[in-house]
Design a protein around this ligand. Sequence first.
Ligand SMILES: *[C@@H]1O[C@H](CO)[C@@H](O)[C@H](O)[C@H]1NC(C)=O
Ligand SMILES: *[C@@H]1O[C@H](CO)[C@@H](O)[C@H](O)[C@H]1NC(C)=O
Ligand SMILES: *[C@@H]1O[C@H](CO)[C@@H](O)[C@H](O)[C@H]1NC(C)=O
Ligand SMILES: *[C@@H]1O[C@H](CO)[C@@H](O)[C@H](O)[C@H]1NC(C)=O
Length: 695
Amino acid sequence: MKSIVFPMRVKVYILFVPLLIVFIAADTSSNISQTQSLAYGNTLVSYPQGTFELGFFNLEETNKIYLGIRYKNIPLRNIIWVANVGNPMKDSSAILKLNSSGNLVLTHNNTVVWSTSSPKEAQNPVVELLDSGNLVIRDGNSTNSNQEEYLWQSFDYPSDTMLPGMKIGWDLKRNHSRNLKSWKSNDDPAPGDLSWGIALNPYPEVIMMKGTEKYQRVGPWNGVQFSVFPEMTTNPIYHYEFVSNTEEVYYTWTLQQSSLITRAVLNQTTQQRIHYVWSDPDASWVVYSALPADECDHYGVCGANSYCKTSASPMCQCLQGFNPVSPEKWNSKNWSQGCVLKQPLSCTDNYTDQFVKYEGMKVPETTHTWLDQNITLDECKAKCLKNCSCMAYTSSNISGTGSGCVIWFGQLFDIVMLQSGGQDLYIRIPASELESEGTKVNDKSEHRRTVRRSGSAMGKLVDGQEIAVKRLSSSSEQGITEFITEVKLIAKLQHRNLVKLLGCCVEGEEKLLVYEYMVNGSLDSFIFVLNSIFALQNSRSNESGYMAPEYAVEGLFSIKSDVYSFGILLLEIICGIKNRALCHGNQTVNLVGYAWSLWKEDNALQLIDSSIKDSCVISEVLRCIHVSLLCVQQFPEDRPTMTSVIQMLGSQMELVEPKEPGFFPRRIPTEETSSSDQNRYASIDELSITTFNGR
Ligand SMILES: *[C@@H]1O[C@H](CO)[C@@H](O)[C@H](O)[C@H]1NC(C)=O
Ligand SMILES: *[C@@H]1O[C@H](CO)[C@@H](O)[C@H](O)[C@H]1NC(C)=O
Ligand SMILES: *[C@@H]1O[C@H](CO)[C@@H](O)[C@H](O)[C@H]1NC(C)=O
Ligand SMILES: *[C@@H]1O[C@H](CO)[C@@H](O)[C@H](O)[C@H]1NC(C)=O
């Protein structure tokens, strides 16, 4: 079944510095029993598929020897687990043995370098490396392969890598937490300062720490998802699970497509949690998502009692009824002191305080919370009102009409107003601060306006929801089944800057798409992008030219993909040409390629549309061209954020030189000499569509 578009010949946009790692394979076996041992030069290969292997490796530059697990058939950045972190061996005289009480013991020069500590003993312990990458010690006499039955497993002691099936979080029975820890550096697996795990708050949540400081939150599990987690949308690749009960609190993911090779790594260098997918033809790890995702995703950027909104300027806003602690600092974008209530709560005075409802929020950090899964939202409100330190409440589970109650005490930190996803949040304020009964604050109500545009119409659903309807051209070659499959896929994609696709209608040649109705202007640009997704799947080309490389090939939406599209649009406005194939000299390039060649020749003036040349301020237009080239960089991390774009356009600040932009078509030789543009011009970064089949 065709399921997803995936990059196959995309130029690598994360550059890997290959580690010089030597795994010396001589003897290989699939388990170690009590009478055997593993020495330098031997490997233990995972069974039955041989995906992983356990062995000794040295980080050559430093000549330190480690025992670890790596992908057997991946040449680079392949180590997923290290035993003797922080305690490397100097020479190859190391030996790994299973002792009679069922523990693995790594010795070097007669001293124990590392060992396991199983609480249980077994008659006949056996060590096995599973195809999941989990190294386990189990009782060889028992046929039970339940995880609970293992005497010891490496999945309980993760390094910097999370693999499918691994549980990140707490085993409460053993009071043991499973966290990811970044490597100190590319050639030192000792723990760096990033870690990723679950904070056992009353309302538990996944959190990334930098040293002892909170660094990034995806928001607590709200019964459906974490509010900020790019990978988290239901999708055909991953299945996510969050479990919280008296025995364990963890989250995990499994793959719906077993042929995919995927890992999440804490990266000390970039200070991110990066989710990679292995691309065979490129022989590289391709970024699927990265956290923190944007400026608002950095813990507590706006200080206490405020919220962050990426698209707002300034991005930090005090909650309604609150003022900046220091207006001067706040106005100079020093937000760390946060906000305070303008007037005190009238807490005990007949409970007259009110609540402001915010929609689509990442809820505050959950250290000081209280949770009851069994009461209603009304009871929750009453509970909050009666406790003078309660500042906010919401449903603990948003599925269906919502259920359960979580309340927050004291200062509120790290609230984000999201453009999609998120949940309702009720903030307590004195009645006098409530501007009008039932005030609601969210992105949509702030801007909702009526717009009519050609090719689209708007209307209302029976429940009153405003919708926009777009009719697709009937000349589209696409079959109905493919159309529906793709609509389903797109409906699952979430992006904070995109409107939601609510449904579609198909009758005969007619194809209609139904959207949530939104801010003026965003509708058509979104639909244009969405059409281009269809075009992409049909013709393997990014015909519209607005799509960022990672967007086009992976369906990976990010703030930075929008920056790319903005760059193209800006260029088109300046040049008065669409981003399509055009001739420059004897080459065929698109607008980006054309602009880049002129820029390199110091000839960017030639780009300016003759109809504006006389009336414009040349230096301003050149600045715009400069900014647009920065926006269309190949790698998302090289593109500025929209906030910086605004600063760049509105100031004289010095701009960095653009590198070669991403995704510009050149003529490539093909056997077909068809006259259609689609066949003649393919991008150097040509896309192909791969189907993931179970093996
Ligand atoms: C096996 O190794 C573990 C870990 O070093 C140790 O605690 C235990 O005493 C050893 N058992 C025997 C029988 O040597
Ligand atoms: C091995 O241990 C002995 C005694 O502790 C020590 O003298 C020797 O230097 C060690 N050798 C290595 C290679 O570490
Ligand atoms: C972290 O990212 C840097 C830069 O992209 C890369 O060179 C490095 O290999 C990455 N480290 C890990 C552990 O993935
Ligand atoms: C309010 O809640 C806090 C935190 O649970 C608790 O310590 C305090 O006793 C409560 N106060 C009242 C009046 O219930």
